[in-house]
Every structure is written in C-alpha cells, then in structure tokens.
Design a protein around this ligand. Structure first.
Ligand SMILES: [Zn+2]
Length: 326
C-alpha cells in the first residue's frame, strides 16, 4: 500500500490574532519583565521552557494526568490564553478546540504558534495494520474512522521535534526581538540534544532484531516508526484512544503478536492499559510502557521529568522488547 504524505493547509506557523474591536484589547501580562507563554501538550511546554530560559513564564495548559485527546478547556483556561503573550499548540488535529478559542480572542498582541504548520503530516493509509485488507468487513463507523485522517503526533520523532523547537524559537523572537539571539541560541543548543537523541535511537534500533512495535495503545508512534524503519501496529482506528478497538482487531493483534515472535506488547501512558492487557494475556506476552509524551502524570510532574528523559526511557524499553543485541 502506498504512503500518502500531504501537507497541512496552513501555510504559516505564526500569525497575529486579529482583534474584534480595539476597545476589548487585553491587558499586559502580570509579571514585569517576563512574558506569559501558554502551551497545550507536554513536549511543547518542555521545548518552550528550554528556549525561554529566565526570560518568560511558560505554563502547561493540560493539568497533570489528563489524557490529551479528551481534554476540553475550561472557561478559566480560555481566560488564561486570552491574557497570554504567546500561545503554542500542536495544531487543529490535536487540539480541535483551539481554533474556536483563537477566533474569539481579542488580544491583538497574542502570538500563536501552530507547531505543525510547516510539517508534512502523514495521512493514515498503510499505518493501520491490515485495515484496508479487511475493508469489506469493517463496519461503517470503522470505515469513517479509517479514512482521510492525519497523524498529529509529530513530537515523538526527534527530527520533527527539532522543527517544532525552531518554530517556537521564532515565536519567542517575534514576541521579544531584543532577546532574539538568546532564544535562538537556546533553541540551537536544545536541538543539538534532540539530534544526539536521534543518533542514539538510530544506533540502538539498528541493533534490534525485531522491527515491529506491537502497541496496545492508540496509534501515536507513526512518525517515530517511519523515521527508524519500524512497523507500528495498533488495534485502534484513527489517531486517538477515544474509539475502542473492535474484538476482531484485538483478536488479530493477539495472532500477530504470536506470529511476530516477540513476547512484549507496549502500552500507552496515563490510561488504564485494558486493551494492551487483554492482548498480552491472549498472547502470553509481557507489558512494557511506550510513553507517547502527550502529557505527564502528577508524579512525573513532581519529579521534573523532561521530554528527553521520556524518550530515553522509551528507547531502553524498546531495546528490551525488540531484541537489542549490542
Ligand atoms: Zn495521541
């Protein structure tokens, strides 16, 4: 099956909100000397705080432990965004609620960064294992879920993450031109760490005998799998955990796991791994975490976990599950 890469319709990553009227303009941020940055998902928060250094206050909109795809902003969140100087989100696929909020915001000073605007998004085609081979059997609901969807999980690929970092840095520079060099230098230093992570992952996965990630969570590692030449199987249709997999899909996954000659199945963060556990029990496999980094738990927040630590943890567990022979 062919892979279809299509670009997102949005041509620019940064734009200024147009005010509905001049009289309803929002006030300046409360902390003198620092501007306020609101981010939606954890990777954006972590990237933004690396770039901000001590010159801006960066906050994460999603409360710790909240599953990102089911997040709905509260009225207080909308107020926070409207008072911010910089708002960073993944894009309309991941945060469909953001578009409506942004349309209603009157703060003409707010700079909005759509992190996926300049990234070619993959459209599901052969991503979802055997979905099309069994198309005739798929219910109407499944069929709707399996077509015309694009994958929002760009941050799991350390190479695309560097593009996100650069887009965020440009936003900081636009907001605070006096410190442009500072932000760009921070971004460059952090992108070096992401480039090192990419090299580390590539080197380790080349020494893994198994090239298939059997995932009991939703399809979140498509970009990662493509980057490193892996196959990524998930019983979920679409790109969110909101639609439960069908019993037939679960049965297929059990059979796939048995045939793949691996004794590990991965589960996703923050959600009870009910589906992954059923598959693991059916195939006699063990569970391992593959953290999609959409958001972090309260415990992770208290520990001060970083994106790099999450990805390094993923790599260690991938080495276990994919048969690393260093
Ligand atoms: Zn996801």
């Amino acid at each position: 099956m062919k892979k279809v890469i299509v670009s997102l319709l949005f041509g620019v990553g940064i734009y200024l909100c147009i005010p509905c009227c001049t009289s309803c303009r929002q006030s300046s941020p409360p902390t003198p000397g620092k501007f306020q940055v609101i981010t939606t998902l954890f990777p954006l928060y972590d990237f933004a705080r690396q770039i901000a250094g001590d010159k801006a206050e960066v906050s994460l909109l999603l409360p710790a432990g909240v599953e990102a795809h089911s997040f709905e902003p509260r009225p207080g969140d909308i107020v926070r965004i409207s008072k911010a100087d910089l708002f960073i989100y993944t894009g309309p696929l991941m945060e469909p609620w953001a578009e409506d909020i942004l349309k209603g915001i009157t703060n003409k000073e707010l700079i909005v960064i759509n992190a996926s605007a300049d990234i070619l998004l993959s459209q599901e085609e052969d991503n979802h294992n055997e979905a099309h081979a069994h198309q005739a059997e798929v219910s109407t609901l499944d069929h709707e879920h399996e077509h015309g969807r694009q994958d929002p999980h760009i941050w799991v690929d350390p190479v695309l993450a560097q593009q996100i970092v650069s887009a965020i840095a440009d936003g900081f520079a636009a907001k605070d031109p006096a410190n442009k060099d500072y932000y760009l230098a921070n971004a460059k230093a952090y992108n070096k760490k992401l480039a090192d992570l990419d090299i580390q992952i590539r080197a380790a996965l080349e020494k893994c005998s198994n090239k298939t990630i059997v995932y009991g969570g939703h399809f979140a590692f498509g970009y990662f799998a493509r980057r490193y030449g892996l196959e990524h199987l998930s019983p979920y249709a679409g790109f969110s955990p909101n639609a439960e997999p069908t019993p037939r899909k679960i049965t297929e996954m059990i059979e796939t796991l048995k045939k793949a000659g691996t004794s590990y199945i991965y589960y996703e963060e923050l959600l009870e791994p009910r589906v992954a556990r059923i598959i693991a029990e059916g195939a006699g496999a063990e569970l391992l975490l593959l953290h999609g980094a959409h958001n972090i738990s309260r415990e992770e927040l208290e520990k001060g976990v970083t994106y790099l630590e999450i990805m390094e943890g993923n790599l260690e567990r991938l080495k276990v599950g994919l048969g690393y022979h260093g």
